[in-house]
Design a protein around this ligand. Sequence first.
Ligand code: URA
Length: 217
Amino acid sequence: MNTDPAFPSLSILDHPLIQHKLTLMRLRETSTRTFRDLLREIALLMGYEITRDLPLDHIAVETPVTTMPAAPVIAGKKVAVVPILRAGTGMADGLLDLMPSARIGHIGLYRDPETHRPVEYLVKLPPVDGRLFLVTDPMLATGYSTAHALDVLNAHGVPDSRIRVMVLVAAPEGVRVVQESHPTVPIYTAALDDGLNDHAYIVPGLGDAGDRLFGTK
Ligand code: URA
């Protein structure tokens, strides 16, 4: 895990497997199918890291051999996974491989092509009930969509202390925007890239994550 002093809420997950798979995703010629598989695999690996501190309870269990008085299990109401539509679903799949009983919320936003600001078209969220909400979106570009999604969760009753953001590639501009509006929400990324181009695409980035994930144009 790597941190950048300019971005105190950002953690860069620099595990070699994550970095290798991300490089394959960046390649222009990587197919839709491979891109989708890699995103899911990376999300699973990142999910393993970002759930390291989930609290444990201890329960008594009968094994075939004996009674175990204090076997560890995840405590409480566990986790909700909230992809930002549509590309966030590709990362949510990897988290759900890891935590199949997690609740799933959806926040549908599209980017206004002129202003690059998010326009909301769908919000469906599970009950808060003390859950940890993991927000997924592969590309943290301008940061407006992520900041908007965090505002939506706050309005739904989820405090920042129960939210984590998981992205694949982040731009410094986007990290700054999220950090300014939600300074205590941890952001996890596989890479911090150079910045945004005139079309608000991340450079070097990997192109349009939604189009590459779904094979659209
Ligand atoms: N969304 C994408 O899919 N890619 C970018 O580079 C920026 C936003």
